[in-house]
Design a protein around this ligand. Structure first.
Ligand code: PLP
Length: 403
């Protein structure tokens, strides 16, 4: 490009993001300092990534200590840090075995491959169909966009991959009818994130598990956003009594900002994942695992989970009050724990911009929602501050609407 026009600093960045005109240089806890010196209250947390807050001293210490020892070795060697984190995650969940990745999408990719391979190992290679749900989000690889319930992510990328089926979220009868001899797996977020913080009930989760048991279909949870303490339990499926999956995808909070993901499975579900079936160069390297170990130490603490439930209760109460006072702005409060959705009447992007004017960061979501995904360590005082800022945004919206 040599047209003599002044260049925007992001000229050389592929234009796939709808970015806010804002950059940050420092973070601490729930606060972010912008490059122009403003301080923001962060209720995005890198989309549920910085669960332990920015610059968490324990994560920083773990990163530094491992950074001076060993960053990376290939998975052709044993990696003790990986074995340790796998043991921690298995002890805390339904899982027996784990494959580590660098992202959520790769965890989903591994889950889908594990499911198909399971049926192939059982002599039923025709079972390839994966049932997903409208409004779901599982990532941006070819398999993940085909599994996701957002058709716009498929546009212009060629034909849909065979073997992916989409159903309405939470319609058990439609699901029952859709399961057939070629069904391999169901993939579902127990609480939808990007789709707009829609939550399945414990009864619905138990019914899903029972249906999978009856039909030999594997149950895959995508807990990349709703897992690791976000809902006030370590994993969202724990809100139900008998709803453990066969396979589960985890990422986001697992590295607290360092890219780490994981695909968890039972020994049975992973029976097809034998030597050579899958692999990754970086997945599970010592640097990532050291941070993951430090993060899981914190995320599994009962005090932290209790804290999430307390702050979530506070938010729930306050935001319902706000919705009552501003019926022309907030149509519905939904979600679970600190995965909070506000379904709005005004445009959600405009609302996010007004929140930025109040120095509050919130995320967008499907169905004209905004999401609050604060670090799990957010205090009640900080939560109150967030609600006060939201109230000012609601006032502004009302004023604009009256004008
Ligand atoms: C973020 C997210 C993903 C994709 O994770 P990446 O790390 O962006 O690849 C998949 N599923 C859910 C539910 C997510 O929130």
């Amino acid at each position: 490009m040599a047209d003599g026009q002044p260049r925007s600093p992001d000229t050389h960045i592929m234009g796939v993001y709808n970015r806010a005109p804002l950059a940050f240089e420092r973070g601490e806890g729930v606060r972010l300092w912008s490059t122009d010196g403003d301080v923001y209250l962060d209720c995005v947390a890198g989309i549920a990534v910085n669960a332990l807050g920015h610059s968490n001293p324990k994560l920083v210490a773990a990163l530094k200590a491992q950074g001076e020892k060993l960053w990376h070795v290939s998975n052709i060697y044993r990696i003790p840090e990986q074995e340790a984190l796998a043991a921690r995650l298995c002890a805390a969940t339904f899982a027996d075995v784990i494959f580590f990745t660098n992202s959520g999408t790769e965890a989903v990719e591994c889950a889908l491959k594990t499911a198909r391979r399971y049926h192939a190992a059982n002599g039923q290679p025709e079972r390839i169909d994966v049932i997903g749900f409208e409004g779901s989000f599982h990532g941006r690889s070819y398999a993940a966009v085909n599994a996701s319930g957002n058709a716009s992510y498929l546009e212009g990328f060629g034909p849909r991959l065979p073997g992916y089926v989409q159903l309405p979220f939470g319609d058990h009868e439609a699901l029952k009818a859709a399961i057939g001899p070629t069904t391999a797996a169901i993939i579902i977020e127990p609480v939808q994130g990007e789709g707009g913080a829609r939550s399945l009930s414990a009864v619905q989760l138990d019914a899903l598990r029972a249906l999978c048991d009856e039909t030999g279909v594997l149950l895959i949870y995508d807990e990349i956003q709703c897992g690791l303490g976000r809902t006030g339990r370590l994993f969202a499926y724990e809100w139900a009594d008998n709803a453990a999956p066969d396979i589960m995808c985890v990422a986001k909070a697992l590295g607290g900002g360092f890219p780490v993901g994981a695909c968890l499975a039972t020994t049975e579900a992973a029976k097809g994942m034998t030597v050579g079936a899958h692999g990754s160069t970086y997945g599970g390297n010592p640097l990532a695992m050291a941070v993951g170990l430090a993060a899981i130490d914190e995320l599994t603490k009962p005090e932290l989970l209790a804290h999430v439930r307390t702050v979530a209760g506070y938010f729930g109460q306050q935001l319902s009050g706000l919705a009552d006072r501003y019926p022309g702005v907030i149509a519905e409060v939904r979600g679970k724990g600190l995965l909070i959705g506000l379904k709005l009447i005004p445009n959600n992007r405009d609302f996010m911009a007004l929140a930025r004017d109040e120095k509050l960061l919130i995320a967008g979501g499907g169905d004209n929602c905004v999401r609050l995904l604060p670090p799990l360590v957010i205090s009640i005082d900080e939560a109150r501050e967030a609600v006060e800022k939201l109230e000012r945004v609601c006032q502004t919206v009302r004023k604009h609407a009256a004008a």
